[in-house]
Design a protein. Sequence first.
Length: 742
Amino acid sequence: MSKSLLKKSLLSLVLVVITSNSQAAVSPETRRALQSDLANGSYQSAKSRGLDVLEQATLGQQDVPLLESLAAEYAAADMRDLAGAFLSRAAELLDAPANESERQTLMRIGASLQDLNLRSQAGQVLMRGIRITGKDKADALNASGYQTVGDLAFETGDLDEADTAYQSAMLSLQAKDYEGRARLISRQLKLASAQGDAQGGKALFSAYQSLVPQLTAIDGFAALQIQVVANALALGDQALVSPMQRLLEQAIQRSNEDAGLLIEANQLRGQMAALSGDAASALLLLRKALVDLGADATPAQTYRLYWQLARIQAENGQLETALNNYRRATVNLQTIRGELLQGSTLVFNERVLPVYQGYLELLLQIADEPGREAQALAEVQQTLEDLSAAEILDYFDDNCVLPKDVMSLASAPAGTAVLYPILLAETGALLVRTSTGLSKFNFEISNASLKSMVLAFRETITNPATTPMQYQREAEAIYKALLGPASTVIDQSTIDTLVTVPSGYLRLLPIAALHNGETFLVNRYQLATTLGLQLTEVSDGALQSGSAFVGGVSDAVQGFEALPGVETELAELSNALTTTPLLNASFSVASVSDRLGAGGDSIVHLATHGFFDGDHANSFLLAHDDKITLDRLQSTVGARRFTGNPLDLLVLSACETAKGDERAALGLAGVSLKAGAKSTVASLWPIADAATAILMKRFYEELRNGASKASALQAAQGALLSDPEWAHPAYWSPYLLIGNWG
C-alpha cells in the first residue's frame, strides 16, 4: 500500500467514524464540544478535552478508528503533539493485529505518524507491522513498510539504516511488481547521491533502464521518470548525461503536455547542460523554465531556478547577475520556509544550505573588491542570521519559536566581539562584529581539516583521563585555526566578552576550552553562544524580580541512572533562591507543567537528565513519571513570550547531546527559543554531580551579587578550573551560556 493510498484510506475512515455510532469511549456531547473548540480556535480547551480522552481506561481496539479520526482533526488544527498521542495510543491498542485489515490499520498509523514528522514513533509502529508476518515475508505491506522506514531514516540522516530498509523493501516486493521496484530504485538513487556512491548510483540507474519497457503503461510514468532523472543527475556523473537525456525525452513524450512536468524537464535539461560544461545552453534553458512558470509562479518553484542560475553565473564570472539571483533565491526561501519545515537533516542540507553557502561564498569574494567590503560584510552577517533562523526552524519543524524583541545587527555592545564562523564547501572564514564595525578573516585551513580537529578535540576533552599536554596541544591548534587570524581584533584590551554564533560541527565545540598559548579562553573572556543576534532576546542587564522554580530527579527512573548529587544541589539552591523544590515523585510531568505554565518565575532550574537528539521529537527532560518533550516545554513556559513576560533564565544542570550529532547540538542551542527564555545555561555532556554542585553554587552567588550571566558563568567555571580535583576541561568546559549574556 503506497503512502497516498494510506492517506486516502485514513480520510475515508475519518468520514466513517464521524457518522458512526460506535464511539462508546467518547459521548456525542464531548465529541461535538471538542470539534467546536477546534473550529473556534479554543486550543487550550481542545487540548484539555483531548487529554481526557487519552486517559480513559475504557479505550479498546474498537476505539482505534475514533482515535485516528481525532488525530486527523487535531493535525488539521496544527496540534501535532496531541495528534501524535492519539495515533500512538491507537497503535498500542492494536498490540497484536488478528487479521490483514488490522495490520493495514497499523501500517496506516505508522504512515500518519510520518506525515506528522514524528519519525521515531512512526518507525517503531511500522516495524511492528512488519514483524507480525516476519521480516522476510514478501508482500505489499511489508514492502511499503520497509520503504517508509527507509524514508524516515533518510530524512534523519541515517543513511546506512535507509540503505538496509530499502534493500529489505526490494526483497519484499512481488517478482512482477515493476512499478514498486522502479519507485524504490528512484529512492536508492537519491540515497546513493547522498552517500557519494557514484558506482552504486550508476548500477541503480542501469537497473532502472532495464525496467522501462515494463513501466510505460503505468499511471504517472512521466513524473516517475523525471524524478529518476533528477535523482540520477545529483550523482554528478557526465557519463550519464546522454542516457538521462533519452529518458527525459521519453518522459516528455508521455507527459500529456502537463505544464508542470514540462517546466521541470526544462530545468533538468539546463542542469544537464551545466554538467556537460555548456553554460550558455544551461542558462538559456533555466531562464526558459523560469519564464514558463509565468506570473502565477510560487516562491517554492522559483527559488531553485534562481539558485541554479546564480551558481552557473558565479562559476562563469558573471558576479553581479549571480549576486542578484542569489538574493532572489534567498528572499523566496524566506517566504516559504514554513513549507519546507520538515525537521529533516538531509532535506535541509539538500534544499536550503547550498543556496546560502553559494551566496556567502560569492559575498566574501565581492568583499575583497575595493570599496565594497562594508556593504558586502553587512550582507554576509544578515545572510548568516537568516541561515541560522532557517536551520533552527527546520530543526523544530515549527514557525512559532522566533523571539520578537531581539538584538540589533548594527553594532555589538561595547567590549563585546560577536564571532560568526563561516563554513563553506572547501574552507571558511571568520566574521567579527564589534562596536566599531565588521571584519573578515579567512581561514588558513580546509573545512575538512578543521572538522577533523574539532571532533578529535571533543573526544579528548570529554575524557578526564587525558593529560594537560594532550588537550592543551589540541586546544591551541584549534584556537590558531579558528580565532588566530582575528587575534588583532579580539586580543584588544577593550574586548572582554566573546559571543559565538557557531554552525555545523562547531556547535559541538566548547569554546571555553580553547587555549591561546597562555591561558584558556574562559580565563580571558566572558563567553556566550547564540544562534544569532536576531534570535537573541534583549535584556536590561539584570535578572527580573520574581520567584524561582527549582526541581529535579535524583532517583534512578525509566532506565536512567540515579543522580545522587541532585538532592544536595537542590537543597543549596532552594536556600539561596528562597523556594521549595520539587524532587523525585513530586517532579512529575503534570506538576512541572502546572508550575511552568503559571508564569510567575524568573528563574527555572531543572536538575534532571536531559537529552538532545538530532530529531527534536526525541529530545526531552526527564520527569519522575515520564519525559517532558520540548514541545510540551514550549506549550507551558514558552507561551509566556506571547504575554510579554518571557522567562529570564533557564538552567539545565544535567543534560547532554547525542554524541557527535551536530543537529543535537543545534537543539541544545535552540532550547532557549523553545522555552521562550532570554538565556539558558546547559551542558554539552554530563559531568560529575559534585562538580555540578560547585559550579551552580558559585554561579548563583555571582548573580546575587549583581554579575551578568556571562560573568557569573565565567567565575563558576573558574572555580572548578582552580580546583585540582576538577581542573580538567571535561568538568568545567561543557557548560554553555546560550542566548542573552547580560
